[in-house]
Design a protein around this ligand. Structure first.
Ligand code: SF4
Ligand code: SF4
Length: 130
């Protein structure tokens, strides 16, 4: 699913799934430094076993880890998870167990990338100012 998430430079559109969502969440948590994710010292974080985004993962456990992480994020208030106001968090569509497609549907350009469209426009603006 094409989805708009937070990135080092703002936002980006990625082909999201649960495996990638956890990886992106961990990168965000570690200031987008791959090495920091690999060397994460919070072994009790529920996302820890899934942080590399690689290797064999048990889908049921991964799903459960996302829900537990969101519960932790919402200070153990289960009812708040559904009301989360961060649709650009990579875990957002998976926070309730299923896939929430109600938010953050990217508006795709002809090239299929809203970010590319924006960059092109910015470049044109700078070129015309030079
Ligand atoms: S496992 Fe938890 S603490 Fe470690 S990088 Fe991922 S989200 Fe952060
Ligand atoms: S989806 Fe919402 S509740 Fe879950 S980790 Fe992200 S910000 Fe927190």
């Amino acid at each position: 699913m094409k989805y708009r998430i937070q990135s080092k430079d703002g936002h980006k559109i990625v082909d999201l799934n649960r495996r990638k969502a956890i990886r992106e969440r961990c990168l965000n948590c570690s200031a987008w430094v791959n090495k920091e994710v690999a060397n994460c010292s919070f072994q009790y974080c529920v996302l820890y076993p899934f942080r590399s985004g690689q290797g064999k993962q048990i889908p049921k456990d991964r799903n459960s880890a996302i829900k537990k992480y969101c519960l932790w994020c919402m200070n153990d208030q289960r009812s708040e998870i559904k009301k989360c106001t961060c649709p650009d968090c990579p875990l957002f569509p998976y926070r309730n167990g299923g896939i929430d497609r109600s938010q953050n549907t990217p508006v795709l350009s002809k090239k299929g990338d809203i970010g590319l469209n924006f960059e092109d426009k910015t470049k044109t603006q700078y070129q015309s100012m030079a």
